[in-house]
Structures are given as structure tokens and as C-alpha cells.
Design a protein around this ligand. Structure first.
Ligand SMILES: C[S@@+](CC[C@H](N)C(=O)[O-])C[C@H]1O[C@@H](n2cnc3c(N)ncnc32)[C@H](O)[C@@H]1O
Length: 204
């Protein structure tokens, strides 16, 4: 879903926050019209570099002038002020408490001309946790010293309102279950609670 939003954007610059080991940047930067900036915390960026350096194909990716790997904390360090851009945050928002999530929206909004896309399944879209879900949550709390997935994003409208309050326009939620066939998503027949949010901002 995020790939589709990125590919359909009129801008070819992508700033991917909390990129982890995602291959999206390596894939899209094969097209030289893309300018791709990946950000994650230093040890993850160092690890990703090491992995890419291990193969000839990885070294080709690392040598691309249109792919930049940046070490930084997206909640603290200055974000690259290179716009217009699509800003992607996959697999991040569900770990942020409400204050941190709203602060991140404001930081991205402050960049100016951006389209933000991220995944976050609001509590109202989640099926009630079964026995396995409750056990996983207990295990996660034990390993993280108490932190579980954030559940303070209660509804899609709550998140859309937060994006509006941060100064984004046209904020909308797109649920996988509503577009799975039209967008030819993999495993379109499987029920999934995945929701992505897309919002635009212009330079103010
Ligand atoms: C669940 S992984 C998602 C990785 C990737 N986006 C994906 O979807 O496969 C979460 C990533 O967020 C990164 N992360 C968490 N907090 C961050 C922060 N404050 N600044 C930068 N990266 C952060 C972690 O290092 C990790 O790589």
C-alpha cells in the first residue's frame, strides 16, 4: 500500500523514517529519477550498511548517488529539509505514545511541501486480542520493560484529526480490507486490519 502511494506521488524524492532493513529504498533508487533518503538510529544504519557491503549487489546499491543512508533519531535530530518529498514511516507509529506521534507529525509538517504516509491500525480496527495475542503482549511487555503496542490511537478519525491539528490537509485513512482487490494487494482474500494514513502539507 505504501509502495503504491509513493509511486503515485508526483515527487520522486522520498524521505523514509525508521527505515530499518526495508528494501524499498534499494528497489526504488534503481530508478535514477528517485532521490531516496533513509533514516534510522545509528546502530541500525551501521548494520544495514554492513549487510549491503557483504554482496556485490549490495555494494552497487550503496554506491548510488541517489540513495542516502542517514543515522539519526527522527524524534530528536533535524530531518532533512529537502522538499517536495514523500515522507514514509512504516512500522513506527504503533510504537509511539500519543505525544511522540503528534510531535512527529509536527516535525514532518514543518518540513514544508510533503506528503506523509504511514501505517497505524487504530484500536477500533483491531480485532479483540485472543489468547495468543494476550500472551504476545505479555511477552512484549516483559522484554521491553513494560512497553506494549500503543493503543491510544482509538479511531481513524482521531488520527486524521491529529494530522489536521498538525497542519496537514487532505488527511485520510485507507484500510487494506477496502482496497485489497482494487490495489491488487497480496493475499487479498485474507482479513487484515492494516490501515495506512496519507496526508499532504504545503509550504506555509
Ligand atoms: C518495526 S521496525 C520497522 C522497520 C521498517 N520501516 C519496516 O517496516 O520494515 C522499527 C524501526 O524503527 C526504528 N526507530 C524507532 N524509533 C526511532 C527513532 N526515534 N528514530 C529513528 N528510527 C527509529 C527502529 O530502529 C527500527 O528500525
Amino acid at each position: 500500500m505504501i509502495d503504491r502511494i509513493v509511486r503515485s506521488s508526483p515527487t520522486r524524492r522520498v524521505i523514509e523514517l525508521a527505515v530499518g532493513l526495508s528494501r524499498r529504498g534499494a528497489t526504488l533508487s534503481a530508478d535514477p529519477t528517485f532521490d531516496y533518503i533513509e533514516i534510522d538510529v545509528p546502530h541500525v544504519i551501521a548494520h544495514k550498511r554492513r549487510l549491503l557491503e557483504r554482496s556485490a549487489a549490495g555494494r552497487v546499491v550503496l554506491a548510488r548517488p541517489n540513495l542516502q543512508l542517514v543515522a539519526g533519531d527522527v524524534l530528536v535530530d533535524a530531518l532533512p529539509a529537502r522538499t517536495p518529498a514523500v515522507v514514509v514511516a512504516e512500522g513506527l507509529a504503533m510504537y509511539l505514545a500519543g505525544d511522540a506521534r503528534r510531535a512527529l507529525f509536527a516535525r514532518v509538517r514543518a518540513l514544508g511541501d510533503v506528503e506523509l504516509v504511514f501505517d497505524l491500525t487504530p484500536a477500533s480496527d483491531e480485532p479483540p486480542p485472543g489468547a495468543i495475542g494476550r500472551a504476545l503482549e505479555r511477552a512484549m511487555k516483559r522484554f521491553t520493560g513494560g512497553q506494549a503496542f500503543e493503543r491510544d490511537a482509538r479511531t481513524r478519525d482521531d488520527v486524521v484529526a491529529e494530522l489536521g491539528a498538525a497542519g496537514f490537509a487532505d488527511a485520510r485513512a485507507i484500510a487494506a480490507r477496502d482496497v485489497a482487490r482494487d490495489w491488487q494487494l497480496p493475499f487479498a482474500d485474507r482479513a487484515t486490519p492494516v490501515v495506512i494514513f496519507v496526508a499532504r502539507a504545503t509550504r506555509s
